[in-house]
Design a binder for this molecule. Structure first.
Ligand SMILES: Nc1ncnc2c1ncn2[C@@H]1O[C@H](COP(=O)(O)OP(=O)(O)OP(=O)(O)O)[C@@H](O)[C@H]1O
Length: 311
């Protein structure tokens, strides 16, 4: 079987007496963007810091591209790029000086540094600012430089900690596009509090709450975590509420306006077809039917609650 890019086994960490994360297990095989979600203090930064070799775990193992971090941290780090929440920028350097310095720190061969810098600047759309001092760049461009330093050594796995924090709406869109581009040929782990960001960028989601992994799956699986239980329907020629309530599987019907109704149904029922067929048979003239899905906030809250129940 194919080797995972990242493998985390029974990962636990304790700061003095308190466990920050406990028995976290997952593997990442896919290229693309994986969102790491969790409330404040859930354990995201602890997990990311351990995965990037910034923090030494109390228990468990992290393998990057098959390399055990404890056994060979230098080789493991060659496969990782990291953009911490606060980009580590030396603002008195120009863009190309800074990136050349980062390439050196990342053990890029001296003769390949120039081409690595040119390629990272090109990917991140900052070539035209190569001679500009970092302190004279806007927040969005500084963030691009932060991303450029994370990919300067062409790692297989890139970790970005809240990369759009503090940016204006246009800059946020630009950085999201850039993240999608760099995730085309590598795995990117993105930590964020912003649920709309996850929805706009991520293919997979992991959620940590109170130090435990409470969800791991695709964006679609996350969206469908709470089974829909209501529909909104519009009937041009509506019957009485009692008649609607008699449809098999319907639990309750609320009138929203004279022609709009919210229909609550038993989970697992094929209610859509039943409503459409009954409407046609009885001449109710159904003009709209929409399943009401839970918002990301509701799903997030449900998963946070789950961790509290399990704690
Ligand atoms: N250096 C530290 N010493 C003691 N406790 C810490 C330390 N760093 C984090 N913690 C605690 O560990 C737990 C997990 O913190 P962590 O920073 O990993 O969470 P997080 O999900 O990244 O939160 P945020 O989104 O607020 O950054 C929290 O209870 C936090 O208070």
């Amino acid at each position: 079987m194919e080797q995972p890019i990242v493998k985390v086994e029974h990962l636990s960490h304790r700061y003095s007496v308190q466990w920050a994360i406990q028995d976290i297990n997952f593997e990442i095989y896919e290229k693309g963007i994986l969102g790491l979600l969790g409330s404040n203090g859930a354990g995201k930064s602890t997990t990311m810091n351990i995965m990037c070799g910034v923090l030494n775990q109390t228990k468990g193992e992290v393998y990057i591209n098959g390399i055990n971090f404890r056994e060979d941290p230098i080789a493991a780090k060659m496969n990782i790029g990291f953009l911490p929440q606060k980009p580590p920028l030396y603002t008195d350097l120009t863009v190309d000086e800074y990136l050349a310095y980062c390439a050196e720190l990342r053990s890029v061969e001296p003769k390949k540094i120039k081409s690595a810098v040119l390629s990272a600047m090109d990917k991140c759309g900052i070539s035209h600012f190569s001679k500009r001092l970092l302190k004279n760049l806007s927040g969005g461009y500084q963030q691009r430089v932060g991303i450029a330093q994370a990919i300067i050594h062409n790692p297989k796995f890139v970790v970005l900690d809240e990369p759009t924090n503090g940016l204006d709406p246009n800059q946020i869109l630009e950085i999201r596009d850039l993240i999608k581009e760099i995730a085309y040929d590598r795995s990117v782990l993105l930590s964020t509090h912003i649920l709309s960001e996850v929805q706009a960028t991520c293919d997979h989601i992991k959620m940590i709450e109170q130090g435990h992994l409470v969800f791991s799956g695709t964006m679609d699986e996350f969206n469908n975590y709470i089974q829909p239980q209501s529909l909104l329907i519009t009937l041009k020629n509506p019957p009485s509420i009692e008649e609607l309530q008699q449809i098999q599987g319907v639990v309750r019907v609320d009138s929203v306006t004279a022609k709009n109704f919210r229909v609550w149904f038993e989970p697992e029922e094929d209610i859509n077809n039943r409503i459409v067929n009954t409407s046609v048979a009885r001449g109710w003239m159904l003009s709209e039917i929409t399943v009401e899905r839970s918002s990301l906030d509701e799903i997030f809250a449900r998963l946070s609650g789950k961790s509290k129940l399990e704690a």
